[in-house]
Design a binder for this molecule. Structure first.
Ligand code: MN
Length: 224
């Protein structure tokens, strides 16, 4: 379990808040609400330059990802999902705004972890063996993943996922879709919404996917 998945912040009032909270609010410690927070990036916003600009990160993380968190927190109170973990919401919420925002929060946090300024190259160890076993070779896998990412129509995500039996698959999901919905474990993703690449590559999604391969964090994928 990676720590970023635990993104709820419990807003406590009581003893700890006594210095700043008026006395009539601080009578007893009480959990007021649970909110999701925007997880920190695993690297500095300019660390992926020039392949992914700070401007892209400022918008993609600072505006888009942040907005999904804000929207989710506004949508949850009073629903059956308000005390669930992010993964539970993604797996249980029906199609609609709660699912869309929860999944986009999860997908983006996962995506940032799939990138690294020290990324690129090929996976090692067991993941390398599994990719070779399922796709023939790393080059074949990379080609198939690239095709999936480039050809996905409209907004969505390309994934490498593993099912309960250990079988790997390359998947395309539209909009906020994720292999988590099918009970699979995501190992890698590439965000192919236009907001992921329009600042740096305009409409040239293939060039963005090329950059993705130079940033891909195989150590993270192998840890899952
Ligand atoms: Mn995005």
């Amino acid at each position: 379990m990676t720590t970023w998945r635990l993104t709820r912040r419990h807003l406590l009032q009581g003893a700890a808040g006594a210095m700043v909270v008026p006395y009539f609010f601080s009578a007893a410690p009480k959990v007021l609400a649970a909110e999701f927070t925007l997880p920190e990036l695993p690297w500095a916003p300019d660390a992926l330059q020039p392949l992914m600009s700070k401007e892209t990160i400022d918008f993609h993380y600072g505006k888009h990802h942040a907005a999904y968190v804000t929207n989710l927190n506004k949508l949850l109170p009073g629903t059956p999902y308000e005390n669930m973990s992010l993964e539970e919401i993604v797996q249980k919420a029906p199609p609609g705004p709660i699912f869309n925002n929860a999944a986009q929060v999860w997908n983006h946090t996962f995506f940032w972890n799939c990138l690294s300024p020290k990324g690129g190259g090929e996976p090692k160890g067991k993941l390398a063996d599994a990719i070779e076993e399922h796709f023939g070779s790393f080059a074949d896998f990379q080609q198939q993943f690239t095709d999936t990412a480039v050809k996905l129509f409209g907004s969505g995500w390309a994934w490498l996922a593993r099912d309960k039996d250990g079988k790997l698959s390359i998947e395309a999901t539209s909009n906020a879709g994720t292999p988590l919905q099918a009970g699979k474990t995501p190992l890698l993703t590439c965000d192919v919404w236009e907001h992921a690449y329009y600042i740096d590559y305009r409409n040239a999604r293939p060039k963005f996917v090329e950059a993705f391969w130079k940033l891909v964090n195989w150590d993270y994928a192998a840890s899952l």
